[in-house]
Design a protein around this ligand. Structure first.
Ligand SMILES: Nc1ncnc2c1ncn2[C@@H]1O[C@H](COP(=O)(O)OP(=O)(O)OP(=O)(O)O)[C@@H](O)[C@H]1O
Ligand SMILES: C[C@@](O)(CCO)CC(=O)[O-]
Ligand SMILES: [Mg+2]
Length: 303
C-alpha cells in the first residue's frame, strides 16, 4: 500500500490569461489531496459505498492518468482511494492535486521512476485532455510546491503572505469556464486579447513588488486583476460580495482565484486585520479560512 499527497494552489495573478501563454504567479497552499493505492482484482476507485471500476465519466482525471500509465508499463489491478482537504470545483486546484498525487502514487507502485518534470508534464497532459484547454500552472505548482511563475516554469523565492480564502460554496467547472472565455475571445479577439496582455503586465509588475515585500502595491494590482477577471465574465454576484466585504474590512487586495464563476476568492491581509477580514467574508455569506503558503510539493507519505 502506498500513499502520496500533493498541494492545492492559489493564483496571485494571471488565471485565464495563462491559458493563452501570458504570465501568471501561483503559490502552493497547505491543503492537500492524499491518494492511497493498493493491489486489487481490477482497476478500481474507492467511493463512499465501496469500490467501483474506474469510469471515465465519473473519474475523468484518474482515468486519463491510468491510460497514460498503460503506455509506460504493464498496468495490473489497483484500488485508488482519494482523501482531499481541497474543496472541489472551487479554484484551489483540486483537480491538479488529485491528478499529481495519483501519478506519484502509481509511479511508486509500478516502479516507473518518473522525475518531477515527468510528473508535472503528465499532469498537464491530463488536465489539457479533460479540460479541453489547460495551462501547466496548477499541475506544475502541485508538483514542485512554493511560488512559481508560468509560463517560464520558474520557482520564485518563498514569501510568507497572509491570505484569507473566501469560499462562495458554489461549485464551478474549470472546463466550462475556460470554454466560455475561449468563446468570448473568439467573438472579440482584439478586445479580449488586450485584456489578456494587461493581465500579463499585472503579473510581471506584481513579481517586482512581491520581491520588494511591498504588499500594499501587490494588493492594488490584485484589485486591478479582479476588475479584468470580471470583464471576461468569470465573476459572480457572490464572489463580488466577498471581494468587496474583504476590502471594506481592510484587505490590501482581493480577487477571484482559479477559474471563477463560483468557488473561491483570496484576500491579501496584514496580520492586524486577518480575523476582521475572515469575519467580514463570513458575514457576507461565504465560508472563510486563513491559508498558509507552502514549499511542499508532491511527496510519498507512506509505503
Ligand atoms: N477529492 C476528489 N476525488 C475525486 N475527484 C476529484 C476530487 N477533487 C477534485 N476532483 C476532480 O476534479 C474536478 C474539479 O476540477 P476543476 O478543475 O473543475 O476545479 P478545481 O480544480 O477545484 O478548480 P481550479 O481548476 O479553478 O483551480 C472534479 O469534478 C473531479 O473530477
Ligand atoms: C482558469 C485557469 O487559468 C486556472 C484554473 O485553476 C485554467 C488553467 O490555467 O488551466
Ligand atoms: Mg482544476
Amino acid at each position: 500500500m502506498i500513499t502520496s499527497s500533493a498541494p492545492g494552489k492559489i493564483f496571485l495573478f494571471g488565471e485565464h490569461a495563462v491559458v493563452y501563454g501570458k504570465t501568471a504567479i501561483a503559490c502552493a497552499i497547505d491543503l492537500r489531496a492524499h491518494v492511497t493505492v493498493e493491489e486489487a482484482p481490477s482497476i478500481q476507485m474507492k467511493g463512499p459505498g465501496g469500490s467501483i471500476d474506474l469510469n471515465p465519466r465519473k473519474h475523468p482525471y484518474i482515468y486519463s492518468v491510468v491510460e497514460r500509465f498503460k503506455d509506460l508499463t504493464d498496468v495490473t489491478g489497483v484500488n485508488i482511494d482519494i482523501h482531499s482537504d481541497i474543496p472541489v470545483g472551487s479554484g484551489l486546484g483540486s483537480s491538479a492535486a488529485v491528478t499529481i498525487a495519483t501519478i506519484k502514487a502509481l509511479d511508486a507502485y509500478y516502479g516507473t521512476n518518473l522525475s518531477l518534470e515527468d510528473i508535472a508534464h503528465m499532469g498537464h497532459q491530463v488536465e489539457s485532455e479533460v479540460q479541453g484547454r489547460a495551462s501547466p500552472t496548477d499541475t506544475f505548482v502541485s508538483t514542485f510546491g512554493g511560488m512559481v511563475q508560468i509560463p517560464d516554469r520558474k520557482k520564485l523565492g518563498f514569501y510568507d503572505m497572509l491570505i484569507v480564502i473566501g469560499n462562495t460554496g458554489k461549485f464551478s467547472s474549470t472546463r466550462k469556464i475556460v470554454s466560455n472565455v475561449a468563446a468570448l475571445k473568439e467573438r472579440h479577439p482584439a478586445v479580449i486579447g488586450q485584456i489578456m496582455d494587461t493581465i500579463s503586465a499585472i503579473s510581471e509588475t506584481g513579481i517586482e513588488f512581491i520581491q520588494e515585500g511591498d504588499f500594499h502595491t501587490v494588493g492594488e494590482l490584485m484589485n486591478i486583476n479582479q476588475g479584468l477577471l470580471d470583464s471576461i465574465g468569470v465573476g459572480s454576484k457572490e464572489l463580488s460580495e466577498l471581494v468587496y466585504a474583504s476590502r471594506k474590512a481592510g484587505a490590501l487586495g482581493s480577487k477571484i482565484t482559479g477559474a471563477g464563476g463560483g468557488g473561491c476568492m483570496i484576500a491579501l491581509c496584514e496580520h492586524k486585520n486577518l480575523s476582521r477580514v475572515a469575519h467580514a467574508i463570513k458575514r457576507a455569506g461565504g465560508d472563510s479560512f486563513i491559508c498558509r503558503t507552502t514549499h511542499a510539493g508532491v511527496r510519498i507519505e507512506s509505503k
